[in-house]
Design a protein around this ligand. Structure first.
Ligand code: C5P
Length: 397
């Protein structure tokens, strides 16, 4: 089954009695993984409240082309660019006629002109109006332009007539929208990624951490999202922008990362442990800032839980992929890690070279499983991530 995971759907609600069903369409689209924004026309507002659409879509509803405030927040061009697909459901006779003529006299018609996203219409009107020559000609023109039309159903109408013109079912609309997107290698899968460094407090001011930037983990997140996965990130200390389409949980210490992972791990299909987790933390965190005095300070360390190894011990667990940052005996050490953690694969980083690995934009890795040891040649972290996800999907999905 195709889904709408990571897809941005703009739902246009125009003036038909069936507009009262539009909150349900929002729900069905969300069920398939879409993020939904809604434009409602003046006619649409006569049949459904903006508040319902706003509450269900969890986004501000857009309606006025001339609203200065709205244009500042997300104007018609931004909405047009934001969308992967625009669905007009219900599409009234008037809205369909306007689209035919390329008019731009309200927000919805203007967005349709300004978008290069897929456009889909679900007509809904009185059976006589739907059967009219003008409507048939208009739909033919729109079909020729590549707009997808979802045929209305036959049956009793709100006005009492019986015939063709009832809005298609909400679930059919959502499924037909999903079918317009080809399924990708991780479609419908759930991926959890840890990334960044953890911070282990010494006192209220000082801490132990590392140089991890989170670049590799974020590149992997991007690739998982591109491949259609619902992606959750558990993020420590990073120095890069966060992928907006992922669900994000921020943590500070290794202990917090462990808790955040364990809370979510059961429902995941793939776990990529890219974080630079501190192996040790100060045994006691001083409540007060430690004072300088003449005697040397000794900080006693205690071991953190190994998150990857703990997940691999669970009876119900996802495919687990770890990273190994090594500076010597690379392959031997990585193989030992594969065994001790009991994960499916280890991605080996050579951190002895400064232009690859920790905090740099490039990387060169080995993808190591029990059976394979494959080098992924030096490249940008984006390309390395693409190749890693390709291997993971080929081997495990
Ligand atoms: O044992 P080492 O730290 O070298 O293993 C690296 C791998 O294990 C990485 O994938 C890292 O994210 C993970 N790890 C972990 N919990 C720890 C330490 C490392 O999940 N406490």
């Amino acid at each position: 089954m195709n889904t709408l995971t990571n897809k941005r759907v703009l739902l246009g609600v125009s003036g038909s009695i069936a507009a009262y069903k539009s909150p349900d369409i929002v729900r069905r689209l969300q069920d398939l993984g879409a993020e939904v924004r809604v434009i409602v026309t003046d006619g649409g507002k006569e049949f459904v409240s903006e508040r319902s659409l706003q509450t269900i879509s969890k986004n501000k509803v857009h309606s006025n082309l001339w609203d200065k405030e709205a244009e500042l927040a997300m104007g018609h061009i931004e909405l047009a660019k934001w969308s992967d697909i625009v669905i007009i459901a219900p599409a009234s006779a008037n809205t369909i006629a306007k689209l035919c003529h390329g008019r731009a006299d309200d927000l919805l018609s203007t967005v349709i002109l300004a978008t290069d996203a897929k456009v889909m219409l679900a007509p809904s009107m009185n059976q006589q109006m739907y059967a009219s020559k003008a409507m048939k000609d208009n739909l033919k023109i729109l079909l020729k332009r590549g707009i997808v039309i979802i045929e209305p159903g036959f049956g009793e109408q709100a006005c009492g007539d019986v015939g063709e013109g009832r809005l298609a079912e909400a679930l059919d609309i959502a499924n037909q929208a999903a079918d317009l997107f080809t399924s990708t290698s991780l479609s419908g899968k759930k991926v959890l990624i840890t990334l960044g460094g953890t911070i282990e407090a010494i006192d209220p001011v000082r801490y132990i951490s590392n140089h991890s930037s989170g670049k590799m983990g974020m590149a992997l997140a991007h690739q998982c999202i591109q491949a259609g996965a619902k992606t959750t990130l558990i993020i420590g200390s990073i120095s890069i922008d966060i992928e907006k389409r992922a669900e994000v949980i921020h943590i500070v210490s290794a202990d917090e990362m462990y808790e955040a992972v364990m809370k979510r791990i059961e429902s995941q299909d793939l776990f990529i442990c890219c974080a630079a987790v501190a192996d040790f933390r100060p045994k006691n965190v001083s409540h007060n800032k430690i004072k300088k005095n003449n005697s040397p300070v000794t900080i006693e360390l205690t071991e953190n839980k190994d998150i990857l190894a703990s997940v691999c011990q669970l009876s119900k667990r996802p495919i687990c992929i770890g990273f190994a940052a090594e500076s010597e005996n690379f392959i031997v050490n990585a193989r030992a890690k594969l065994e001790s953690k009991a994960c499916e694969a280890i991605i080996l980083n050579d951190i002895s070279q400064s232009e690859i690995g920790l905090n740099s934009d490039k990387n060169e890795v080995h993808f190591i499983t029990k059976e394979h040891c494959e080098k992924i040649e030096k490249n940008s972290k984006q390309i390395i991530a693409e190749k890693i996800i390709e291997k993971i999907t080929n081997y495990y999905f």
